[in-house]
Design a protein around this ligand. Structure first.
Ligand SMILES: [Zn+2]
Length: 229
């Protein structure tokens, strides 16, 4: 019998970023549109608000992702440098440090030292970065491409409620945007659940809950302003 499992861990990084971006795009743009529309603004003002929200959100997502990936890469780099120096200065101490980690994971003392020595003879820095710091792939962080894909997925999400607002004319525009956005969010939740191997209904519930909350709150904000002005 062949032993083959389909692990999905390697997908987590980009999937998380893409779903987060699209989710953010749908929720923030739909909420903006619903808030402005609930205050009885003209169709033009609604479209301006939605478009500005799309542009601002896409750039903000790109900036946030860029800064976050850069600072993660910086942290990894300085961790690895520190480890490299420790290996040069105190190789034996590092052998026992690693052996102790393997003992905590269940190896006997003698075996743990053998394992540590063999792995370190093969690639000492890789063994320490993986089993001590927890970095499995050295410097895989790509700040520019992370920024671009984040902005792109936000824009794809934001276009859906904006297009709805662009095409729909009428007083029930907030309801139309809310209902369609929930449908888009549910589809996104189902897609991400399917790709990550989670339960479809759980995925849908997770994504639509926050969208519903955001749109309900901004609708209230819009209604309050409509009454007040
Ligand atoms: Zn170490």
């Amino acid at each position: 019998m062949s032993h083959e499992e389909h692990h999905r861990q390697h997908r987590v990084g980009w999937l998380r970023a893409a779903v987060l971006g699209a989710n953010d795009g749908i929720v923030s743009t739909a909420s903006l549109i619903i808030g402005v529309a609930s205050a009885n603004s003209g169709h033009n003002a609604i479209l301006v608000a939605g478009t500005a929200g799309l542009v601002a959100g896409a750039i903000s997502m790109a900036a946030g992702e860029y800064v976050s990936v850069c600072s993660q890469a910086d942290t990894e780099k300085s961790d690895l440098l520190q480890e490299q120096q420790s290996l040069e200065q105190d190789y034996e101490g590092e052998v026992f440090e690693l052996a102790e980690i393997y003992q905590q994971r269940g190896l006997e003392a003698e075996l743990s030292e053998q394992v540590a020595r063999q792995l370190m003879a093969h690639d000492a820095l890789a063994a320490h970065s993986r089993d001590e710091i927890g970095i499995s792939e050295i410097s895989s962080a790509q700040p520019i491409s992370a920024a671009i894909s984040s902005a792109l997925s936000f824009t794809l999400g934001a276009i859906l409620p904006l297009l709805t607002a662009y095409l729909y004319h009428g007083s029930s525009l907030p309801i139309a945007v809310a209902v369609l956005s929930l449908v888009f969010l549910a589809m996104l939740g189902a897609l991400s659940a399917a790709l990550s191997g989670a339960k479809i209904l759980t995925g849908i519930a997770r994504v639509t809950f926050w969208g519903t909350l955001a749109m309900a709150v901004t609708a209230i904000v819009g209604l309050v302003f409509d009454v007040a002005v």
